[in-house]
Each structure stands twice: as C-alpha cells, then as structure tokens.
Design a protein around this ligand. Structure first.
Ligand code: ANZ
Length: 929
C-alpha cells in the first residue's frame, strides 16, 4: 500500500477490533483499575453532530492511554433512552417509542463506531430496557422502604421506625420528615388503622406520595422539574407552565442536603459546578419564630430569618400568597383585593418570582401581628416575592436591612427602621441607609453573631422559636404523567400505595392505543386495559422522570448482565467509582446531583462501597456551529440580497443550510432546490470587488442545531478525511473545556500531518521501509521531547497541546530523514491514543503481531533531552553584542580564551584586555572592558 488510505485502514481495523473483542474488560485483580465514563447520550432522531464526540474523543484518548499504561480500563457506552422527544414523535405518528428509540440507537452506534472509540460494547444497555429498568424499579422500592435518621446520619429501614413508634411514639425521633408531620404517642400509634399509619409513614419515607405544588405544563400534559422550566415556560418546546397542586411521588433528597454539600470537598470537579450545587442546595443558618396575630384568634405565623439580630427593625410581616393562613386572617374589607392578587400570583413560577426585583407587588391583608420581642403591632401583607415552598413561607420584613423588603416598603410607603448592633450601624445595612435608628434593647452593642445567638437563646427560653438550618433545595418530584418512562412498582389497595414483589419486576410498560392522557386527564398508562395487579388492584399510572435511569447507570456497567442484583458485590468493590467522568456542565443541578444522592443512599443500605459516583469530572465545552445567512427583501420575499450590499435594502436574515455554501459563496442552484418555496428565488448579487457577480452569505457563530441549519455531521468528516483526522482535529481545536466554533480551516493541516507520518515509514516509491540502525542523539531528542509532552499533556487533560507536539516531531524526523524502527515504533505508540487506526496499521507494518491497543506506552528518558551544546549570548558593557556556541562540557578557560579571541568580540573590545569576564554556565557571558 503506497498512499495513506484511511478508508481501508479504518474500516478493516474497526472490524478486527470488533471481531477480537479487544476492548472487552473483565475484572482483573492483578491490574489497577481505571473507570472512564462519558455521560451517556439521549439517542435523538437527529443523530450525532461534530460537537457530540468532543468529550468522547477526550475520554477515549485517556482510556487508551491508561490501557497502555497497564490499567484495566472500564470504558462503556449506553443510552439514556427514556424521554420526551421519542414520546412526542409517538404522539404524532403513532409509532411506538421503543421502535424509534431502537432506530436512533442503531444510528448512534454506527456513528460512534465510525470514529473508532474503544468502548466495551458487550456492556451496552439502554435505560428503557426492561432488564435495566427492573433495577431502577428495585431502587425505587428501597427508597420507599427507608427513612433518613439524622442521629446515625444515614438511611434506615422503615421497619426500624415503626418499631420505635410502637415503643415511644415519634416525639424523640430525629429523622427527616415533612413539616406537617403530627406528633403522636406509642398508644396513639397502636390505635391507628393501616391507612392512618401509612399516612404517617409517608411523612418519613425517602420515596413518598404527597400533595405538592408542581410545575404543570398543560401543553405537554406533564409535571416538570424546576430545572426543566426556564422563564415560566418549558425548557423543551417553550410551552407555558402553571403552578398546580397534585398528588405526586417525591424523593426526599433534602435528607441528604448536608452530605451532598460537605462531600463536594472530596471530589475533583470543576469549581463552577461545585458552586452551582452549593447554591442549589442553598444552606442557610438562621432561626424560626412565631408572631401571633393581634386578634381574638391569635393565629401563629412562623417565619424563617437568617438575621434574627434585626428583629427590632421589623416593620411588617409578609406571607406568600399561597400561605394557608392568608384566607383565615384576611379581613372582610381586604378580601376581594387579596383574592385577586392570589389568583394572579399563582401562575408565576418560583424562578420568576425570585429573580424579578423590578415588579414589586403585594396586598395588605388587613390583619396585624405582634412582634414578640417588643410587643409592637405590625401589618401583615402578602407578596409574591415570598415563596411558599421556602423556609416557612412567611418573612419578618426589615426594610432597612434587606433589599427586597426595602423595595417593597418604598413602594407601599411602609416605615423603615435601622437597628444598631455591634455598637454601630452595620456596614452591610442597605446602602440607602434610610430610616430611623432604633435601639435593639438587650441585643444592642452586641456584635452581629453574638446578637443572633443571644436572640435565639431568648426565643428558646420563651418557647416561641429556635435556631434552624434551612436549605433552598426541595425534595425532588418524581412523578411524570408520561408514557415513555419507568412504571412505578406500585399499586393501590384502598388508596394506600403498596409495593410489587421483586419477582413481579420488571413491571413492563403496557401497550396503549395512544400516547396521550385520558379524557379525564389521567396519564397515558391509564389507557392500558387491565393496568392492574394479578389480584385486581390498580397500578400507579405515573411514570418516573428522565433522570431516574441516569442516577445509577454507572454501577450497572460494572455488571450489566446480572439478573440477581443491580450490581454484584465483587464487581462493585473492584470498580468502585468512576475515575474520570466527561460530560456537559448543564447537568450541574440535575443529573449530577441526583446521581450523588442515589449513590449515597445505595451506600447507606450497604449496596455499594463508595459515597461519591464520580471522582474526577471534566466538562467539555460546546462546539458551536457557524451559521450562514441570506437576506430576504421584505417587500419582495422571493428576492435575496448579497451580504455586502444588504444594508442598502430592507431585509430579513434567513438561516441557510450550510452545505449550500462554500467559503461564504452561495450555490444558487442548490439554494433553489433546497426548499419548494425557494424554487423561483431571485438574487441581487455583489456589484463590485473581487466577489462581483456572486452571492455572498453572512455568518454567525451559534449553537450547533438542526434548527439553524448549521450542523456538521461527523460521518461526512470521516468520509472525507478519516476518523483519525477527525479525532486529532477535534482535540486540536482548543482546550477541551472551551467553547469553540467548528471550522474546517485547520483540518487539512491535520490530515497532511497524518500523511506525513505515514510517509516517514515509506520510501519515495511508497514501499514500507524502515531501518534497523541505531538512533542518533538528535533523533532521540526529538522523539523523547514528544513522548514527554504527550505524557504530561494527557496527565493534565490538555489534549490540544499534544497535537502540535506530534506535528513538530514528525516534521523534525522528516527533516532528519529518520526512518529508524527504534524511533518510529515509539512515535506510533504515543500517537495511538489519538489516532488509533493509523497507529495500529503502522504498528503491524513494523512487524508486531499483537495490537497497539495493548502495547506499553513508552517512557521518556530525561537524559536524551539534555542539550550537548549551548549558544551563549555575549554581553559587552551591558549590551548584547554576539553569540557563540560551546559544548556544554567545555572548560571555562577554553570558553574565555575563544571568546576573547573571536573576531566579533574583538570588534567591540577593540583589542583591549577586559577588566572582567563572567561566564554563567548555560546562561550568558558578560564582558566588561
Ligand atoms: C429578616 C432579614 C433581615 C432577612 C435582613 C434578611 C436580611 P436565605 O439566606 O436565602 O436563606 N426569607 C425567608 N423565607 C423566605 C421566603 N419564603 N421567600 C422569600 N424570602 C424569604 O434567605 C433567608 C432570608 O430571606 C430570611 O432572613 C428572610 O428575610 C427571607 F437584614 O429575615 B430575612
């Protein structure tokens, strides 16, 4: 084979690797393990674009490198296959989502195979496989069967809790439970019937049913998680979302808030993601206390505050519009206004309510409360800046010290009052520094922290409040009113939820006649005839959310075929946790938080031995697309104006499919054929300049998306340049974490590099020709410089910098006409993780019988990197005047003699004997005359 024929090479090696199962991994206690994982993809109908493989290429390079370094590498791939798009497509076409999902998966696998990834495909699964979701259902059961014990700081079986109830009731139990859990004695527990007991237990179970206010999206017919709602509309589709109370399954992730927060310290993740999780968890320390209403009912309003030291500055209370006391305390005069306000506030999402500081609004309830610290009577308002689900849904407003209270007070002309503590007005008081300054009685003169502690002690003594730590994070709503998700392993007996037995799992998705809610608004599963247990009890009709299956998949890869357990003890103890996880940062407060939560739970119940799933994580940046635009005349929509003259017309830009454009020049014929409505398109072309007579498109860098017609398919790149070029090129584009636009400008250079590499091994006539001669010092230096760079780069995940190092190495070896086996063999090995196909081919041409995949990565030898000579700059009276080369082992006197005798130095010293000459070895020579 004369020329570098990537098509042939890549196809044949991909086949060989597959046939020999070279990437198949087994437990091997003689080797250290390395678990390298990509966030598995959702197999969408659009297939992969060139942005998707970016992270996969990086993790593949590391996996290949680690294998060559003697690690037993687990590098699997699978599919996050439940989800909305397949279901939407099913609704439109009647096609079963399982069918589309399978088609899409096959397409993805084909595309991935073309790029030469070293995945162990024998471990592949999709979260929608019944064999897989059987275990998702099993984990759900475990969550239902456990509660969280704050004393032991771990999940414990519900049976333990009921034993304690029987003995002592729940007064002494320090467990994570709902706010509204009633207190009861052992006797009371014993007299409860099953339904009453279950109602109590639901307040404790880690998976529980409750009436919660949810984000309901009528257009999608489902509930959405907070992170699936952006600016009041659904993230997918952009449909309006309203707040609604529904009976839903939730997971008590809040029980794990403290551990999720603290353990961030032990994982090597990008600081930005950790910070997002910290903010999402939102721990704040403060106090809760009761204010009583100033009427004959003495209703107690519980508020949560982080600044109890400002209690003397409170000038009003504010309740969330949804607060249960609103209806009760509102006076008849204010009833109409309050009702109207509650109606409008209801439909604003929490996010909007929190972030929107501009539109201050609220209504006075007509009621008053008493400040327990000073007996003052203060008005009670409602406003939507107070969130129902945070803290207690009620705040004590201190407008002189809190920005939002301040804005509210200014708007409604409520009094401001600054408190004194620490002997002075606090520095962090609201910048406006307005309001009368008042004395804080027994808190006066205390530093802030001390004032808080004193106030809390006072509250506790009076039994009207206590210290409290609050988390912004909520329990995770786990029900979705969808078809294409995991069915719950739950049925109802007299309305009480019951679990299916393990041998009834997987509970498979039923066949339905349409993937839509029923007429009465029940989820699609309610359409299934006989969606009941064998004994005739109705099954749960909700399904689990998309993140259920992705919260534990990394364990399943360790032992994917296990029919007895979700993972065996042996597999799990060997593989432990993911050593390197690569994927998008957009999952910071979704998948990455839920996966940590499930891992901690599985750890608590002794099913896994790690507390964190992903030790090290890197978030790859997005590869953006370069969109092209044509400019449509507004008054003649059939006519398009070229870029440089468009400003003379009234135009609207229109995205055009980028394959119709080359170097910004539009292919007019192809454009007319692109869409039927463009068949008769007319053009106003460039009138002057080098592009005269052409149609020039505008361009912009934006997200790569079908919608913007700027998608580049990796298959096309592979066809034109080969997978090795694609792999190298994607790395070459820039640091992995960076966002960067796709451009093919440099791809030729990378392709040329591979051809040049190929030619190093071949003579002029194209015959394979390497020599067995020993390498020269120079050749070794070139080689070991590259080995050193490649090794260090991979160890710090800097892939883009290795590519030019390979290029330099090949250029220099070409210049040296080096075709020596001892050099080229090692060069092949360091290129192998990046460009495995060409490396494998050359490796075999060199006569090796085994695969480059399992060859040893070469060590670099620092000795070869030493310079044998040095070019000294020579400074004469402080000015650089000359340069001279000396072998590094030249004695100082010899250097001195030669320097002074040299013509160039003589010219500046004018033959005079120097006053001083200083030689700093391998640095500089200084002469003073
Ligand atoms: C009085 C006060 C004075 C407050 C002051 C702050 C500053 P973080 O840190 O986020 O936990 N708050 C309490 N519950 C709320 C709710 N449901 N919706 C909106 N705001 C609420 O914030 C806690 C503070 O946010 C609490 O402390 C309360 O206002 C307000 F100089 O009480 B603060």
């Amino acid at each position: 084979m004369a020329e570098y024929n990537f098509q042939e090479i890549e196809k044949s090696w991909q086949q060989r690797w597959q046939d020999t199962k070279i990437y198949q991994t087994e437990i091997d206690h003689d080797k250290p393990k390395f678990y390298s994982l990509d966030m598995f993809p959702y197999p969408s109908g659009a297939g992969l674009h060139v942005g998707h493989p970016l992270g996969y290429i990086a993790s593949d390079i590391v996996s290949r490198y680690k294998r060559m370094k003697g690690y037993n590498v687990l590098h699997p791939m699978g599919f996050d296959a439940f989800g909305l798009p397949a279901e939407q497509y099913a609704i439109q076409t009647g096609q079963h989502p399982a069918v589309t999902t399978e088609q899409n998966i096959n397409r993805y696998k084909e595309q991935l195979r073309n790029i030469g990834f070293s995945y162990d495909w024998s471990r592949e699964f999709a979260t929608s496989d019944p064999d897989y979701y059987k275990w998702t259902q099993w984990i759900f059961k475990q969550l239902f069967l456990h509660y969280y014990d704050y004393e032991q700081e771990k999940a414990r079986p519900i049976s333990e809790l009921t034993r304690r109830f029987e003995k002592d009731g729940n007064a002494g139990i320090n467990a994570c439970c709902d706010e509204e859990t009633p207190q009861f004695s052992a006797n009371a527990w014993k007299t409860m019937d099953e339904a009453e007991r279950e109602q109590i237990l639901l307040h404790y179970r880690l998976a529980y049913l409750s009436d919660t206010t949810v984000n309901w999206c009528p257009a999608l017919g489902t509930v959405l998680a907070n992170e699936e709602v952006k600016d009041g509309v659904s993230e997918r589709g952009g449909f309006p979302v309203v707040r609604k109370k529904m009976r839903q399954w939730s997971l008590r992730i809040t029980a794990y808030a403290e551990r999720l927060l603290n353990d961030l310290e032990f994982i090597q993740w990008p600081e930005a993601v950790k910070e997002m999780q910290r903010n999402w968890i939102g721990r704040s320390e403060g106090a809760e206390l009761y204010f009583e209403t100033d009427d004959e009912f003495r209703e107690k309003i519980k508020v949560f505050t982080t600044r109890i030291d400002t209690i003397f500055g409170v000038t009003f209370l504010v309740l969330a519009p949804e607060h249960e006391l609103v209806e009760i305390i509102t006076t008849p005069e204010q009833e109409a206004a309050v009702k109207e306000y509650v109606e409008t506030a209801k439909n604003r999402s929490e996010r909007d309510r929190m972030s929107d500081v501009k539109t201050v609004s609220g209504v006075f309830t007509g009621a008053y409360a008493i400040n327990p610290f000073n007996g003052e009577r203060i008005p009670i308002w409602i406003a939507d800046y107070v969130l129902a689900g945070y803290g207690t849904g009620a705040v004590m407003a201190v407008p002189a010290h809190d920005t939002r209270d301040w804005a509210f007070a200014k708007h409604y002309n409520l009094p401001l009052r600054q408190v004194v503590s620490g002997g002075a007005i606090e520095k962090e008081a609201h910048p406006a520094k307005e309001g009368t300054i008042i004395n804080s009685d027994f808190l006066n003169d205390l530093p802030v922290a001390e004032a808080m502690r004193t106030a809390v002690r006072w509250l506790e003594r009076k039994e009207i409040g206590k210290g409290r730590t609050n988390y912004r994070m909520r329990d995770a709503i786990f029900s979705r009113q969808r078809y294409w998700g995991e069915p719950f392993p739950v049925y109802y007996k007299d309305g009480i939820p019951q679990l299916l037995e393990n041998d009834e799992l997987p509970l498979r998705l039923p066949e339905v006649d349409a993937y839509l809610p029923t007429e009465s608004g029940e989820p699609p599963l309610a359409r299934a005839r006989n969606w009941k247990t064998r004994s005739g009890h109705p099954l749960e009709t909700n399904t689990m959310p998309g993140w259920a299956g992705s919260s534990w998949y990394f364990f399943r890869y360790m032992d994917p075929k296990n029919q007895q357990e979700f993972v065996s003890k042996e597999a799990q103890e060997y593989w432990q946790a993911v050593d390197l996880y690569i994927g998008g940062a957009e999952h910071a407060t979704g998948h990455l938080l839920y996966a940590r939560f499930w891992t901690k739970f599985l750890y608590d119940i002794n099913k896994v031995s790690v507390m964190e799933p992903f030790r090290k994580m890197i978030n790859q940046g997005m590869i953006q697309g370069r969109s092209s635009f044509v400019y449509r005349l507004n008054n003649k929509p059939n006519t398009f104006v070229s870029f440089n003259i468009k400003d003379n017309y009234d135009v609207t830009p229109l995205h055009v499919e980028i394959s119709l454009v080359e170097n910004d020049v539009l292919d007019l014929e192809a454009f007319r054929k692109w869409r039927p409505d463009l068949a008769n398109a007319e053009f106003i072309l460039e009138e002057s300049g080098p592009q005269k007579g052409k149609y020039i498109c505008g361009s912009e860098v934006e997200k790569m998306s079908k919608r913007w017609h700027n998608v580049v398919n990796p298959d096309d790149v592979v066809k034109e340049y080969g997978a090795d070029t694609l792999r190298l090129y994607e790395m070459f584009l820039g640091p992995l974490e960076q966002f960067k636009p796709w451009s093919t400008q440099g791809i030729d250079g990378v392709y040329k590099f591979l051809r040049k590499l190929w030619r190093l091994f071949h003579d002029e006539a194209g015959n394979f020709a390497v020599s067995d001669e020993a390498a020269t010092k120079e050749e070794l230096k070139v080689l070991h410089t590259a080995i050193k760079k490649a090794t260090e780069d991979i160890d710090r995940y800097s892939f883009n910098t290795s590519v030019p190092a390979f290029m330099i190495c090949v250029n220099e070896l070409s210049a040296l006409k080096c075709n020596k086996r001892v050099v080229l063999e090692k060069l092949v090995l360091i290129v192998a993780p990046y460009a495995p196909h060409i490396a494998e081919e050359l490796w075999h041409l060199l006569g090796n019988q085994t695969s480059v995949v399992v060859a040893s990565y070469p060590d670099f030898n620092e000795e070869f990197l030493q310079e044998d000579s040095f070019e000294y700059p020579i400074s004469i009276n402080g000015k650089m005047r000359a340069k001279m080369v000396f072998a590094v082992d030249t004695p100082q006197q010899d250097i001195e003699r030669e320097v002074l005798a040299s013509e160039q130095v003589q010219k500046w010293t004018e033959g005079k004997a120097p006053k001083k000459i200083i030689i700093v070895p391998k640095r500089i020579i200084n002469i003073v005359v």
